[in-house]
Design a protein around this ligand. Structure first.
Ligand SMILES: Nc1ncnc2c1ncn2[C@@H]1O[C@H](COP(=O)(O)OP(=O)(O)OP(=O)(O)O)[C@@H](O)[C@H]1O
Ligand SMILES: [Mg+2]
Length: 444
């Protein structure tokens, strides 16, 4: 559980907030400076709720020392109405946001959830590597593999659906590896017509075929001493696969119409959105070549399977797009955030990037709102909320009906209790209580 610190000189506020958050956080409270110091010296907090007027002390002054001692925490100011100006100052000093007293608890919970997502962004920025964004376990595994293989001269096969970042990863491996001083050559095996690709790869001599008016250097030769990235390798014709295999095995190439072979030293990275192993089984791809190319395999996960990466991707894409379009967009609002988190992204990161670029281009606001997102996304979002139907037999006990509805709603929200509570129109606390009850019954 994450650590939450509540700093407020009113004991009743500390108690009631502790009661609200104790199931989700390790809650600590401080009603005087002695307690504040005691906590901040000994613990690291993810979230700090700070009263803007803490007894005689200004929350703004306290904010400075918290910023210094609790670098990784997100601070949310609590303020009485009429103190907005100071709250804005607090944000300028690094607080995440402020909330007005009397506290609106659902709003505060939303703020806390958002600030935790931002916290991940903070952590990531510190650890940024390879220009590839991702904090999910799956992406960390990818970074680990890149760390290990970037300097090695072995065949690397990158697999993943369209838009998952295969080219980005290939570039990272080259640019951070020991062959970086020479440019990586890229050949898209799917885009070049079959009759031209051989000469593209190995080059040709003048007069080798009709239309070969002069010598052409192949990409293999150009990539000598560097990396050759064979994109869409799954689309390569079987005849050419034989020639590619020979070039890799012998470490030499013949250009079309040429008589002499040339020695080459090339590291090969290939990528495909096909399941290459299945292509081998179907007889569409040579097994011996497959093993040569696939000494190390990197499988990039679909975005829908690593939704925890969405906030940082969105955040960065908003920033990038705002800068390039010369607009001042601060971020996205809660509703669009929910919509983006619920969408399935068949086009993966490329699709998310395009959605954000479009939204930044079209919006008239300082934050991206629901109306700036493609309408189909919003419709799909609604549908995905409503898609579950729970069949219930007449005569079912009402408490069983309730249990079914609660559990099914949790399923469609990806076990998000807050969202489920919102949909069902009950409190999150009730859901937690019910779940405990179900667990106890089934445990008996
Ligand atoms: N982890 C990531 N962080 C930041 N940007 C990313 C990430 N993954 C992908 N992108 C961006 O998404 C877009 C698509 O990535 P890329 O071209 O590498 O995908 P791909 O897997 O090669 O797609 P395709 O199969 O369609 O060729 C690019 O603009 C890329 O910069
Ligand atoms: Mg690609």
């Amino acid at each position: 559980m994450k650590n939450l610190l509540i700093i407020d000189d009113e004991k009743t506020i500390c108690y009631s907030l502790k009661f609200v958050f104790e199931d989700e956080f390790n809650v600590y409270t401080a009603t005087n400076m002695y307690e504040v110091n005691e906590h901040i010296e000994n613990k690291e907090f993810h979230i700090i709720l700070l009263d803007l007027k803490f007894g005689d002390i200004s929350g703004l002054d306290l904010l400075d020392s918290l910023n210094l001692k609790q670098k990784r925490s997100q601070i949310i100011m609590m303020t009485a109405y009429g103190n907005i100006e100071s709250s804005v100052k607090a944000i300028k000093k690094g607080a995440y946001d402020y909330i007005i007293k009397p506290l609106d608890i659902p709003k505060l919970k939303n703020l806390i959830n958002r600030s935790l997502e931002m916290n991940k962004v903070k952590e990531f920025i510190k650890e940024e590597k390879y220009n590839i964004l991702g904090i999910s376990k799956k992406m960390k595994e990818v970074f680990d593999v890149i760390d290990k293989i970037k300097d090695l001269d072995i065949g690397i096969l990158i697999e993943g659906s369209s838009g998952t970042g295969k080219e980005l990863v290939a570039k990272a491996i080259h640019e951070y590896g020991r062959r970086k001083s020479k440019k990586m050559e890229i050949v898209n095996c799917g885009a070049i017509p079959e009759n031209l690709i051989e000469s593209e790869l190995f080059g040709h001599k003048k007069g080798a075929f009709t239309g070969a008016n002069r010598d052409k250097t192949g990409r293999f030769q150009l990539a000598n001493g560097s990396t050759l990235f064979l994109d869409e390798i799954g689309d390569m014709d079987l005849n050419l696969q034989v020639k590619l295999l020979r070039a890799i095995q012998q470490k030499e190439v013949y250009s079309l119409g040429g008589e002499e072979c040339e020695k080459i030293d090339v590291r090969i990275i290939s990528a495909t959105n096909k399941d290459l192993k299945r292509e081998v089984e179907k007889g569409q791809f040579r097994e011996d070549l497959y093993f040569r190319l696939n000494v190390v395999n990197i499988k990039l996960p679909d975005l829908k399977d690593r939704k925890e990466d969405i906030p940082i991707l969105v955040n960065n894409f908003v920033k990038e797009a705002s800068i390039s379009m010369n607009k001042e967009i601060e971020g996205i609002d809660e509703e669009s955030y929910e919509i983006l988190m619920n969408y399935q992204y068949p086009g993966n990161i490329r699709e998310l990037k395009n959605i954000i670029r479009r939204a930044v281009a079209l919006t008239d606001n300082h934050v991206i709102k629901r109306e700036d997102l493609p309408s189909e996304l919003c419709i799909k979002d609604k549908r995905s909320m409503n898609k579950g139907i729970v069949p219930i037999k007449i005569g079912t006990n009402l408490s069983d009906v309730e249990k079914k509805i609660i559990l099914e709603t949790l399923k469609i929200t990806g076990e998000n209790r807050r969202k489920a509570a919102e949909i069902l129109g009950i409190s999150e606390r009730t859901i937690r209580y019910k779940l405990k009850e179900y667990k106890n019954i089934s445990g008996q």
